[in-house]
Design a protein. Structure first.
Lengths: 266, 225, 103
């Protein structure tokens, strides 16, 4: 009986954590985050993604084991830390999700339109999210090392920087409206200052992440998509240039910092 | 490639002028600023600017109430899309144009709303996303950025604290008019303000703004306790 | 079919610490979907942990536990290479068992 009580207390501890912490006047986020980190459910997605990577799927009934994420066919270890990058075979700058989509098409024959026109948390995008969890998990603790030397990377970085400051939509917001000052919050949510390397690394290096508040695993494409929703723009297209450009800008600015992905968020 | 971008850019510029007049329905016609005597400092290299504008349009699609018109910038948005503000003269010119859009209450009733309604509007950050069914019934999202009721701990910090608003600033005609104007169109006072143009942008109705005014000015409102 | 659990078990100075992440929706039965219909309850009701073949923890779970629950506990004994197995059963009668070796 006593053991039962202990287990119940542990289970309930997670659910009760937020009111206890937020009752304090000075919102203590670090303590809350530390409580979440030990049991990051993103690991469940990592396991699923690892399985999926090795599973033959799609019209070509093939695995992704020959997928080249930039470090050679099949090399997953450390690959995410160097993305986005310019890929000569696609003649494009690709982020992790765009690259996975490319591999799913080339190796497995899965139509990219299924992903681009799909919905987050559903269908092939759901599978993609598990693959993303697996791949970024293989760069946990690695330093962000994005190579900006290719002219197309340089251009994407510059476009991303401009997009970051681009005010538009029903409320005149740009990314910079919320992410260009230190120590600011929207409601209780802390906002990284992405104009500085530490802030860019904090933003780039903590997504993809598991969100405790809605029990969902969000990729960076998903994160950016919802940023734009709250910015009151039209809907960004999955893997479109603006998503890649902003990713290159954030990753490039965050270069050298350790990535703790997949993250865990409120 | 470059010429294609230049052409699209020219088309886009034409579209922006058109948008200013017809893009926002059920709102007063936008007062276009006179052509600037001095151009604001170009935020980007000339060849990049058209590409950015092209990207900010081509990377998006319309969804529900969030149409592609939202991807086209008006004069204020365009001038305030870089880390540095335009020069003082440009700011003044933009602000004058925004000031002309403010609708003052016809009956002179600035603060006669219900502060309890105002509190709900201030607390709600809902509205105008592509998941919202209607462009009406929006929240003001005030708490996203401002402290208001001293007992509310979950408040944003991007904007200044508004705790004790009327207690600290008084209720002079000047303060009341400024506050109404700021709520209606914050860009009239600072062209590059982070604050949305609630009245001008059709985010809040005149009645809703009056409720928020009451929330700020009513001595019974928790803001002034 | 239920997804696998993530289990880690580490022995140190005669005590084994076990950490378990379970993949489960833990639907309370109180929530409504977008059309207003009640989402049926679906949550883990019982959990058992065994060290080799001996039960070291048995717990009752309920709808107040979060989605994808995390559980950590310690038991006396255990050595590198021993087996730790965790089993849950939910209110629909579904069950899942996963096993690891103590490190």
């Amino acid at each position: 009986m006593r053991k039962q009580l202990i287990a119940a207390a542990i289970g309930a501890g997670v659910a009760l954590a937020s009111p206890a912490v937020f009752a304090q006047q000075d919102l203590n986020f670090d303590e809350y985050r530390a409580m979440l980190e030990d049991g990051n459910p993103a690991e469940l997605y990592e396991m699923e993604g690892e399985e999926l990577w090795k599973t033959a799927r799609g019209p070509k009934n093939a695995t992704l084991e020959q997928c080249d994420l930039g470090l050679g066919p099949g090399v997953v270890q450390g690959a995410a830390a160097q993305l986005p990058r310019y890929f000569a075979d696609a003649d494009k700058v690709q982020d992790l999700e765009t690259r996975l989509m490319y591999c799913m098409e080339k190796q497995q024959g899965i139509d990219p339109a299924e992903i681009v026109n799909g919905k987050f948390l559903q269908g092939e995008r759901r599978q993609m999210a598990a693959l993303v969890a697996y791949v970024v998990g293989q760069s946990k603790g690695e330093k962000i090392a994005v190579d900006l030397s290719h002219p197309k990377m340089k251009e994407m970085y510059a476009l991303g920087e401009q997009a970051f400051y681009y005010r538009t939509g029903a409320m005149d917001f740009a990314c910079s409206s919320c992410h260009s000052q230190d120590g600011k919050r929207i409601r209780a949510t802390q906002l990284p200052n992405i104009t500085k390397p530490e802030g860019a690394a904090a933003g780039w290096g903590s997504w993809p992440a598991y969100r405790v508040s809605n029990s969902q695993f969000w990729t960076m494409q998903h994160r950016l998509w919802d940023c734009f929703r709250q910015q009151r723009t039209a809907e960004p297209i999955f893997a479109s240039d603006v998503t890649i450009a902003l990713s290159v800008f954030m990753a490039g600015k965050g270069n050298g910092a350790e990535a703790q992905w997949p993250g865990v968020k409120r | 490639m470059n010429s294609a971008f230049a052409l699209r850019s020219a088309l886009l510029s034409a579209a922006i002028v058109g948008l200013a007049a017809c893009g926002k329905k059920e709102e007063p016609a936008k007062v276009e600023a006179p052509a600037p005597a001095v151009q604001a400092p170009a935020p980007v290299a000339d060849d990049l600017q058209p590409k950015v504008e092209e990207m900010m349009l081509a990377s998006f699609k319309a969804n529900g109430i969030a149409s592609l018109d939202r991807q086209k910038q008006d004069a204020v948005q365009k001038a305030c899309s870089s880390p540095t503000q335009p020069d003082a003269e440009t700011m003044k010119r933009l602000e004058a144009a925004e000031m002309a859009t403010i609708q003052w209450p016809s009956d002179g009733n600035y603060t006669g709303g219900d502060w309890k309604e105002g509190q709900k509007i201030a607390a709600s950050g809902r509205g105008l996303t592509w998941t919202d069914k209607t462009p009406d019934n929006n929240g003001g999202g005030c708490y996203n950025c401002h402290a208001m009721d001293p007992n509310e701990v979950s408040e944003g910090t991007i904007g200044v604290s508004l705790e004790g608003y009327a207690k600290l600033r008084g209720t002079s005609e000047e303060v009341i008019k400024y506050t109404w104007g700021k709520l209606w169109n914050a860009k009239a006072y600072n062209a590059c303000s982070d604050m949305p143009r609630n009245g001008y942008g059709g985010i809040l109705t005149e009645a809703q703004i009056r409720h928020v005014m009451a929330y700020l000015f009513d001595p019974q409102s928790p803001v002034n306790q | 079919m239920a997804s696998p659990m993530r289990i880690r078990a580490a022995a140190k100075e005669g005590v084994t610490e076990v950490r378990v992440l379970m993949s489960h929706v833990m639907e309370t039965g109180q929530r409504k979907d977008s059309s207003g219909a009640l989402i049926p309850a679906h949550f883990i009701t019982e959990l058992t942990a065994k060290h080799n073949d001996k039960v070291v923890l048995s717990a009752e779970f309920g709808p107040s536990v979060s989605t994808n629950p995390y559980l950590a506990f310690k038991f006396n004994g255990g050595a590198k290479g021993d087996k730790v197995a965790v089993t849950w059963v939910d209110n629909k009668g579904e069950t899942r068992t996963d096993e690891v070796q103590v490190s």
